[in-house]
Design a binder for this molecule. Structure first.
Ligand code: NAD
Length: 273
């Protein structure tokens, strides 16, 4: 199976579908990485705060899949923002994962009250120019914060990883991303299962013979997002990549669009510091 890739604004590309490592226990991470790669995934979403970058690196060394076919993301945590700290944080992540260069680094949260995200962004630009990281992006940024870093540096993040699922569809931010060539990447894409029983999801599942999770993941792909579901089980990883032998109809897409309730499962990025 060849996974579709999305073109990024810096000339690179990213697999549209990957898997995430949040809350994957450190001692299970190498196995999950190996099993994910064996299932066909080529995008792995990590973060320093997940506490499992070493396991991520182990999995990369143990798999048969060549390194240059795998796209690895990690993130700078909130207490490592600022010019000097962010540089140290990225070097430490590379060291823990065991890489000389990483595919993508994100600022994990803007932390507006700390007001260091723009300095952190300047450091990521330097690290990219030095070849320590191929692409740079952000996570949990609002439009005003994106505008500020773009305005101060002229460098547009390749993607913004945000909470996005049927009950929080983020249409305005997605439109802003589209207008600026920023990929939208969905975190907590399954929305804690809160839409699994909703009629549009159940009906599409009944028509296609797919699970509610597969219907929702397919919806993310069809609205053009990159998506990074998490499962620690090989069967779950396999289920979440089995999305390419069906498509949702326009009516089914409209039905899922109607489920938007502006409802977060995680913190509000404007207040999370
Ligand atoms: P998710 O939407 O992927 O859901 C994970 C939960 O759903 C787990 O409990 C899992 O067991 C269950 N699940 C997985 N596949 C399923 C299936 N097919 N059927 C039924 N249940 C299933 O949530 P997530 O882990 O919160 O988000 C995905 C990834 O996004 C994370 O692992 C992480 O990499 C990233 N993330 C980023 C941020 C951020 O601030 N940038 C925040 C949260 C998550």
């Amino acid at each position: 199976m060849k996974l579709h890739r999305l073109a990024m604004n810096d000339g690179q590309s990213i697999p549209q579908l990957g898997f995430g490592l949040w809350e994957v226990p450190a001692e299970q991470t190498a196995r999950v990485v190996r099993e994910g790669l064996a299932a066909g995934y080529r995008l792995i979403d990590g973060a320093a705060i997940y506490g499992n970058e070493k396991g991520l690196g182990e999995g990369l060394r143990e798999t048969d899949v060549p390194r240059d076919r795998i796209f690895v993301t990690t993130k700078v945590w909130n207490d490592r923002q600022g010019r000097t700290e962010a540089r140290r944080a990225v070097e430490e992540s590379l060291e823990r994962i065991g890489l000389d260069r990483i595919d993508l680094i994100l600022i994990h949260w803007p932390c507006p009250h700390r007001d260091l995200y723009h300095d952190t962004w300047k450091t990521l630009i330097e690290l990219r120019d030095e070849g320590r990281v191929t692409s740079i992006g952000v996570s949990n940024f609002h439009e005003a914060q994106l505008q500020r870093i773009i305005g101060e540096t002229g460098v547009v993040p390749v993607l913004n990883q945000i909470e996005l699922h049927p009950r929080l569809q983020q249409a305005d931010l997605r439109a802003f991303h589209k207008a600026h060539g920023i990929i939208t990447q969905s975190w907590t894409p399954l929305g804690q299962g809160r839409s699994f029983d909703a009629a549009p999801v159940r009906q599409a599942a009944a028509r296609t013979g797919k699970s509610p999770a597969q219907i929702i993941l397919r919806w993310h792909l069809q609205i053009g997002c990159s998506v990074i579901p998490r499962s620690t089980r090989a069967a779950g990883l396999a289920e979440n990549i089995d999305l390419f032998d069906f498509a949702l109809t326009d009516d089914e897409m409209a039905g899922i669009a109607s489920l938007d309730a502006g409802e977060r499962t995680g913190p509000d990025p404007m207040r999370f510091n």
